[in-house]
Design a protein around this ligand. Structure first.
Ligand SMILES: Cc1cc2nc3c(=O)[nH]c(=O)nc-3n(C[C@H](O)[C@H](O)[C@H](O)COP(=O)(O)OP(=O)(O)OC[C@H]3O[C@@H](n4cnc5c(N)ncnc54)[C@H](O)[C@@H]3O)c2cc1C
Length: 451
């Protein structure tokens, strides 16, 4: 069960098995790092050339920050910002505070921190961990990333990928991480499984922080002792403007969540540039001081992102294939959880596939079954709560749907995203520990669980 395998033409350290990962987004790269650390030989197939890495910023919550920390991810190099507070004001009158929280330092649920990154910096940091030659931080064989390599077909049972250049590639394990707009997910499930638009869209843009601070009306909201999330809500339209800094505090990330504008409801593109006029039309009730942020110089224009969703999957496994990230569970960003939960899933793969011989079919399948046992409840809980109204549980049917997958504790229905009760459920989670516990329950000896 734990014998390593030498591959012909392979000159690195002996590996236990060979994995193919489809997609080099956050989910694919995290899975690749995890399997590399588990002693596997990993090849990632990415259809793009990384020329247009996704812009804007992203928050990584403590449950995922813990995994990055364990991997030796360099937060300083990635210029990650620690969020220490949250304040939500009324959009029409920002002197009215709707909600406010300080995130305590030190031990407890927030021990590993709530971090914000420019997406490009997070992505680059993950690529570095995946591809670096083995050193004191990262062990195992460097991951090979094949750019411009589109996967057109997949045989999930047999572990076979069909590349656009007509090559056929066999692996011991496949990881499907081709994102929200996955072409391959319907081959995985065996039925049409397209992501559907819901009625929400998000305007996203990045502004240099010095420009924001120079504009007194807007800058006043950022003179705070503890950096963090600064937001404004229009209760009439439910438009929510959320901001936080990234890139060492030099860049402000802005997201305006709103009901999709009628003219864009049938748009095929899920991501496109928009005019400031359109954004202002969504923010008509906002105080004039806030509207100034729409006209400031941006890093890459203002983009509209139409939110998509897919029904929860009852299994993330088929044959020798596991599906992770947005391909498995695309969700609203209300709990800032999509990427974090994918990083957690990678931690699971790392523990479950350590010292597993990829040629040992029953063990590979058994470990994939354990992955399902761990990840279906947790990922579908996060998906369903993120997609509920404002990330709360009071919508009819939401709790019943969650209970089909997840039996653990839930906060009271009205709890807001990022409130203490949700932090306890979503952030207070150690996936390494959960997977190790499950292996122990399954009778796998501790020495066989170690890399
Ligand atoms: C507005 C917004 C804000 C968000 N904020 C947060 C947040 O703060 N925190 C958080 O945790 N999450 C957040 N999320 C969710 C998060 O962005 C996603 O969950 C995460 O980026 C998904 O990563 P992925 O790797 O699954 O998919 P993707 O990033 O879409 O990567 C998929 C990759 O697969 C490649 N690919 C596709 N098809 C093929 C193919 N056939 N062959 C080869 N390659 C292929 C694509 O080119 C792409 O590189 C947010 C999402 C949105 C929309």
């Amino acid at each position: 069960m734990s014998a390593s395998v030498e591959h012909p033409g392979h000159h690195g350290p002996p590996t236990f098995g060979r994995a193919g990962v489809v997609g080099a987004g956050i989910a694919g790269l995290a899975a690749a790092i995890a399997l590399r650390r588990a002693g596997w030989d990993v090849e990632v197939f990415e259809r793009s050339q990384f020329k247009n890495e996704i812009g804007a910023a992203i928050t990584v919550t403590p449950n995922a920050a813990m995994v990055l920390r364990r991997w030796g991810f360099d937060m300083e190099k990635a210029m990650a910002m620690l969020n220490q507070s949250m304040i939500l004001r009324l959009a029409a009158d920002p002197s009215v505070i709707l909600d406010q929280q300080e995130y305590p330092d030190g031990d407890g649920v927030l021990k590993y921190g709530v971090w914000s990154f420019h997406r490009v910096d997070l992505h680059r940091g993950l690529r570095d961990l995946a591809t670096a030659t083995a050193n004191s931080v990262v062990s195992g064989t460097p991951v090979q990333i094949r750019l411009g390599c589109k996967i057109e077909g997949i045989d999930c049972e047999a572990g076979v990928l069909h590349v656009s250049d007509s090559r056929t590639i066999h692996k011991d394990l496949l990881v499907l991480a081709d994102g929200a707009h996955s072409d391959l997910i319907s081959k995985f499930t065996g039925h049409p499984c397209e992501a559907r638009r819901n009625n929400k869209s998000i305007y996203r843009w990045l502004v240099p922080m010095d420009v924001v601070l120079a504009e007194a009306d807007m800058g006043q909201f950022y003179h705070r002792e503890r950096s963090g999330f600064v937001g404004w809500l229009d209760p009439d339209t439910q438009a929510l403007l959320v901001t936080y800094t990234c890139r060492g505090g030099k860049v402000l990330n802005i997201a305006l969540v709103h009901d999709t504008q009628p003219g864009r409801a049938k748009e095929k593109e899920w991501h496109s540039q928009v005019s400031t006029k359109e954004v202002l039309a969504t923010a008509t009730n906002f105080h004039p001081s806030l509207k100034k942020i729409v006209s400031m110089p941006t890093e890459d224009g203002i983009n509209v992102h139409h939110v998509v969703t897919r029904s929860p999957l009852s299994s993330f496994v088929r044959g020798r294939t596991v599906v992770v990230g947005d391909a498995a569970h695309v969700m609203m960003p209300s709990h800032a959880a999509g990427a974090g939960i994918a990083i957690e899933s990678a931690a699971s793969l790392e523990v479950l596939f350590r010292r597993v011989n990829g040629k040992d079919d029953p063990t590979v399948r058994h470990r994939l079954g354990l992955f399902d046992k761990l990840r279906v409840p947790r990922c579908n809980l996060t998906l369903l709560v993120s997609n509920s109204h404002m990330g709360r549980l009071q919508e009819p049917g939401v709790v019943d749907e969650i209970r089909k997958f997840y039996r653990g504790p839930l906060p009271t229905p009205g709890a807001l995203p990022y409130s203490k009760p949700w932090m306890d459920v979503l952030f207070n989670h150690d996936e390494f520990w959960a997977a190790e516990e499950l292996l122990t329950e399954e009778g796998v000896k501790a020495e066989d669980q170690t890399a």
